[in-house]
Design a protein around this ligand. Structure first.
Ligand code: ZN
Length: 134
């Protein structure tokens, strides 16, 4: 599948260096389907991390297989920036959910929440209708 990895450096004045600025451009939550059904469809189609035991993200960290991309992610009440400037995005529990095909058993469906959302830009997701993660 064609894809690109892009790293951008921004001027100090243009940086998204506060939780508030980050929340304006990046989300790690399933959107409200009543508020924005188009974005809900895009996020639940492209931005839910799906893995089974055969997925390339699954690594054997003794004593067992775990997702190397750290899914499912921990819930966060708000976006936090750590001492290395690395953000942990707002990922609230008890919000909206998505029903997806179970990656472990394709015959079953599975209800997932924000712990499985790959961080995305609502603007870019709607513009390109593709998997674009942050
Ligand atoms: Zn994974």
């Amino acid at each position: 599948m064609p894809h690109a990895h892009i790293l951008l450096f921004l001027d100090k004045e243009s940086q998204f260096d506060t939780p508030q600025k980050i929340d304006e451009i990046i989300s790690a939550e399933i959107p409200d389907p009543a508020d924005d059904p188009e974005l809900y469809d895009i996020v639940t189609k492209f931005m839910i991390h799906r893995a089974n035991t055969m997925s390339s993200c699954m690594k054997d960290y003794s004593p067992g297989l775990r997702c190397s991309k750290h899914f499912p992610r921990a819930f966060m009440d708000c976006t936090v920036i750590d001492d290395n400037s690395y953000p942990s995005y707002c990922r609230r529990p008890e919000r909206f959910t998505a029903t997806i095909r179970n990656p472990m058993d394709k015959k079953e469906s599975l209800t997932v929440g924000n712990e499985w959302v790959v961080p995305y830009s609502p603007y870019l997701s709607k513009r390109y209708k593709a998997h674009i993660n942050f």
